[in-house]
Design a protein around this ligand. Structure first.
Ligand SMILES: C[C@H](O)[C@H](O)[C@@H](O)C(=O)CO
Ligand code: MN
Length: 417
């Protein structure tokens, strides 16, 4: 798109927003400071490098067979950098424990060490990225249906050891990058059919977590991710939302809100203000559930807009970590990163452009028609002109022009894999 056109539209938008008391320049400055944590697993359908021929387990599924998935660490890094080049701003990379640089050797989960992630730390530094981390309890012979909540001590201790080591790796990453590494703990533990031992498994999970979190670190932050159900674990999930909300608020741990992990009509946006009062910070996994936790690519839909607007309204941008979590294997994977990331940023931009002072004034004066009218009108204010300017300033493609560039990368690189 022509630069003058973007600038012209932006000047008009600036005036239009000023009329409702909003400074669009300030919104751009704030958006610039929002870093997304890009999930490494969209590039290779959650395969990783521990056992590239293994099957994905743990109640999650990457469906589709689009050619060109990353097959090794070099390809994954190349694809992530390519995707990042179309996403305005500076972003983080979220690694799973199975994505270590294992040098072609099998390193079991209870043996992983910071050295297996050293090359990631250096690569991230070279490319101006910070790292986040996840323990990995799925896709392993000992995954079964119970890990940290398993009554079998050998299996439970194996996963405790893995998670302790994952925290030590996150600590090393945080130290290396001079910025806390956020470590997410999600386990799939659950039951396909009715269980008569709900309390037992939750007691065990609580004991495991207490043991895992006994070591205090300064350069990493823990977060615990709840889920409603998984495939093959439809009747019961040990780490439910109630469980982690209780654990997190009692033990000062962040709760991860994965937008695909709740009943479909539940508002994730409404959880933000409550969590902010009882837990230290919040981690998000922004996704798009279609009928279930299908992990479709995030789009600019009402759910994501509501969530972003609520975070801005709460003044909580510095307390909320925004990770993405989807894995669509049916479309170009670099395109999936770009569409989902840009959609998330567009939602936050609209939150930042909301005429909140006027809306709050109306509400305080009980002017409820006026509040509703302005909320409606603000949906069609020219936020897209501000978005285009943000892209221009960041030297990334404006509008849909990234489509042809990703097509070119597909023709020249990924289709040849
Ligand atoms: C691969 C991720 O860790 C996983 O998606 C987890 O965060 C999740 O959301 C499981 O449904
Ligand atoms: Mn998730």
């Amino acid at each position: 798109m022509k630069e003058e056109l973007v600038k012209k539209a932006y000047d008009i938008a600036l005036e239009r927003y000023a009329a409702v008391g909003v400074d669009a320049n300030e919104a751009i400055e704030k958006l610039q400071k929002i870093s997304l944590s890009l999930h490494c697993w969209q590039a290779d359908d959650v395969t990783g490098f521990e056992n590239p021929d293994g099957q994905l387990s743990g109640g999650i599924q990457a469906t589709g067979n689009h050619p060109g998935k990353a097959r090794n660490i070099e390809e994954l890094r190349q694809d992530i950098l390519k995707a990042a080049s179309y996403i305005p701003g500076t972003h983080r990379l979220n690694l799973h424990a199975t994505y270590g640089d294992f040098g072609g050797k099998f390193v079991d989960r209870d043996e992983i060490e910071p050295k297996h992630f050293q090359s990631w730390m250096e690569w991230a530094k070279e490319n101006g990225m910070k790292l986040d981390f996840n323990s990995t309890s799925f896709s392993h012979p000992k995954s079964g249906s119970l890990t940290l909540g398993n009554p079998d001590n050998d299996i439970r201790n194996f996963w405790i050891e893995h998670t302790k080591r994952s925290r030590a790796i996150a600590e090393a990453m945080g130290q290396f990058q001079g910025d806390p590494c956020i470590m997410n703990l999600w386990i799939h533990d659950g039951s396909k059919d009715q269980t008569v031992n709900r309390l037992r498994y939750r007691e065990l999970l609580k004991q495991s977590l207490d043991e895992i979190f006994a070591t205090k670190y300064d350069n990493m932050k823990d977060c615990i991710e709840a889920k409603l159900f998984g495939i093959g674990a439809e009747s019961y999930t040990v780490g439910s939302y109630d469980f982690y909300l209780g654990y997190g608020s009692k033990n000062n741990k962040m709760v991860t809100l994965d937008t695909g992990h709740f009943h479909l009509t539940e508002s994730i946006a409404d959880k933000i203000s409550s969590l902010l009062l009882f837990t230290p910070e919040i981690m998000l996994h922004v996704s798009r559930p279609i009928r279930w936790d299908s992990d479709h690519v995030t789009i600019m839909n009402d759910d994501t807009l509501d969530l972003a607007k609520e975070i801005v309204r709460c003044g909580a941008l510095d307390k909320v970590h925004i990770g993405l979590d989807y894995f669509d294997a049916s479309i170009n994977r670099i395109g999936a990163y770009v569409v989902g990331s840009r959609a998330t940023q567009k939602c936050f931009l609209q939150g930042l452009l909301e005429p909140i002072a006027k809306l709050r004034e109306y509400e305080a004066n009980d002017q409820l028609f006026e509040r509703l009218a302005l909320l409606e009108e603000s949906k069609t204010l020219p936020w897209n002109a501000v978005w285009d300017m943000f892209c221009l300033k960041n030297n990334v493609p404006v509008g849909e022009t990234f489509i042809s560039e990703i097509q070119k990368y597909e023709q020249e690189v990924t289709s040849k894999r």
